[in-house]
Design a protein around this ligand. Structure first.
Ligand SMILES: [Zn+2]
Length: 415
C-alpha cells in the first residue's frame, strides 16, 4: 500500500478563462446561450451569444463548449469524507443508527482493519474525488477538520464554517452548540432511527438549544408527525440522505414531507452507508418519488447554499458569483430536467474557482495543453476522468480502476 506524501499542490490563481458556445443555466427552468468570462475565481461576465466580443480572449484561455450545458457546481450538504474509500457496511434494516454502528464497528477484523490503516489524508482525498466526480464543488464534511481540507489547492470547497456534534449522544453537544458562532449553522445527526430514543431527539434538542434556522438535523426520519409543524415554524433545516436511510433503516422521509417542508436539502452521506455520491442520491430520489426536477435542483444548489449559509450567489450562475461550475452534455432540456436525468456519461467538466478540476477523457484530449496539470485517468462508473488530485493519492487504488468499492475492499483486505 503506497503512502500518500504531502504532495505539492498548486494553488496559483488560474488564468482568465472564456467558456463559449454553451447554454448557461440561469435558474432551474431556463438556460440561455452565453459566453462566460471567469477571472479571479469568480464569474466576471455573462455575455449573451456564442462568440466572445473581439479582444476579450486576448488575455484568457478559451474552451469551446458547443453542445454543452453549464450548470452551477452542486453543493453536497452532508458527507464524511474520511469514509470515501469504504464499502457499504451492515445489513439492515436496524431500529436506528446505534444498532447499525454497533454491528459494523469491528476495527480489528476485515475490512475495517485494513481500511483504517490507510492514511487519513488518502481517505479524505477519495472522499473529495467522489464529490468532484458527482459534480459537487462544495461539500460539508461532518466531522473534525483536517489540515488537508482547508488547503486552498484542493479541487473543491470543503465547508468548515459550522458547529457540529455527531449526535445528541455526545455529552458535549450543548457546549459545542454554545461555542458555535451566532451566524454559523449547527449540524447534528438527529432522529436517525425509528425507536423511542430517536423519536424524542427533536424535543431533546429543543430543551438544550435554540430551535431556529441555524439548527440543521441530518436524517430526521424518526421525528414524530406532531413535531414537524414545530420544526417548520422554527425554520429548522433538514438534510435528506435517501439511500443511507434506506440502507440503515429501510425507510426514509415521506414524499409529502419532501414536497411541502420548505427547508430540506439533499446530502450524500458517505459510502459506508449510502449508495456512493450526490448523483446517486439525485437518481435515487428521482426514481423513488418522482419529485419535481426543479425541487431536486434547488436541493443541491440554492437551498443547500442557504442551509450552509454560504455567501450570496452560491448555487447559481451569476455575474460576480463563484466560478464553480458543472459542464454536461446538452440534451436540450431545462437545467432541472437535465440534472434530474443526468447520467455519468453526460459529464464533461467540473470547474472550481474558475479552474478546471475534472475533465472527461474527451475534453482532456481536445484541450491537453490547458489540462496538463490534471492527473488520471480515473475510472468511475465506466467513465474516464482526469482530476486535479495528486497522482500519489490516486495511486492508493490499483492502476486506474476504481470502479468497485467492494473489489477495492477485498484487495485491501488481502494485503
Ligand atoms: Zn452522516
Amino acid at each position: 500500500m503506497s503512502q500518500v506524501a504531502a504532495a505539492p499542490l498548486s494553488a496559483s490563481a488560474p488564468r482568465a478563462l472564456v467558456l463559449s458556445g454553451a447554454r448557461v443555466a440561469i435558474d432551474p427552468g431556463h438556460a440561455l446561450r452565453a459566453v462566460l468570462l471567469l477571472r479571479g475565481g469568480k464569474i466576471e461576465a455573462i455575455l449573451p451569444g456564442d462568440e466572445p466580443p473581439a479582444g476579450i480572449v486576448d488575455s484568457a484561455d478559451r474552451i469551446d463548449l458547443k453542445d454543452h450545458l453549464i450548470l452551477p457546481g452542486l453543493i453536497n450538504v452532508h458527507d464524511h469524507l474520511h469514509f470515501g474509500l469504504f464499502p457499504r457496511l451492515g445489513r439492515g434494516p436496524y431500529p436506528g443508527w446505534r444498532e447499525w454502528a454497533k454491528d459494523i464497528y469491528r476495527p480489528h477484523e476485515p475490512p475495517l482493519r485494513a481500511l483504517l490503516e490507510i492514511p487519513k489524508d488518502a481517505r479524505l482525498w477519495w472522499g473529495i474525488v467522489h464529490n468532484l466526480l458527482s459534480g459537487a464543488t462544495t461539500v460539508c464534511h461532518h466531522d473534525a477538520a483536517h489540515p488537508l481540507l482547508s488547503d486552498p489547492a484542493i479541487p473543491l470547497t470543503v465547508h468548515l464554517a459550522f458547529g457540529w456534534a455527531h449526535s445528541l449522544d455526545d455529552p458535549e453537544w450543548k457546549n459545542r452548540y454554545a461555542g458555535t458562532p451566532d451566524d454559523w449553522p449547527f449540524i447534528v445527526h438527529c432522529a436517525e432511527g425509528l425507536d423511542a430514543k430517536c423519536r424524542r431527539e427533536a424535543a431533546k434538542f429543543k430543551r438544550g438549544a435554540r430551535l431556529d434556522d441555524r439548527a440543521v438535523f441530518v436524517h430526521a426520519v424518526g421525528i414524530p408527525r406532531r413535531d414537524w409543524l414545530m420544526l417548520q415554524a422554527a425554520g429548522v433545516w433538514i438534510v435528506w440522505c435517501p439511500t443511507s436511510n434506506l440502507h440503515i433503516l429501510g425507510r426514509t422521509l415521506p414524499r409529502h414531507l419532501l414536497l411541502t417542508y420548505p427547508s430540506i436539502a439533499l446530502g450524500s452521506d458517505s459510502p459506508i452507508s449510502a449508495a456512493g455520491d450526490l448523483l446517486d442520491e439525485l437518481q435515487a430520489a428521482r426514481a423513488m418519488y418522482d419529485l419535481p426536477p426543479d425541487l431536486l435542483y434547488r436541493m443541491v444548489t440554492t437551498r443547500a447554499a442557504r442551509l450552509l449559509r454560504l455567501p450570496l450567489q452560491y448555487g447559481s450562475i451569476a455575474s460576480g458569483g463563484p466560478a464553480d461550475l458543472l459542464v454536461v452534455r446538452d440534451t436540450g432540456q431545462t437545467p432541472s430536467d437535465s440534472l434530474a436525468t443526468l447520467s455519468r456519461g453526460d459529464f464533461a467538466a467540473v470547474l472550481h474557482k474558475g479552474g478546471l478540476k475534472a475533465a472527461s477523457s474527451e475534453l482532456h484530449r481536445q484541450h491537453r495543453d490547458l489540462l496538463q496539470a490534471l492527473n488520471g485517468p480515473v475510472t468511475r462508473h465506466g467513465c474516464k476522468w482526469y482530476v486535479a488530485v495528486p497522482s500519489d493519492a490516486l495511486a492508493i487504488r490499483t492502476e486506474d480502476d476504481c470502479e468497485s468499492r467492494e473489489a477495492l475492499c477485498a484487495e485491501v483486505t488481502n494485503q
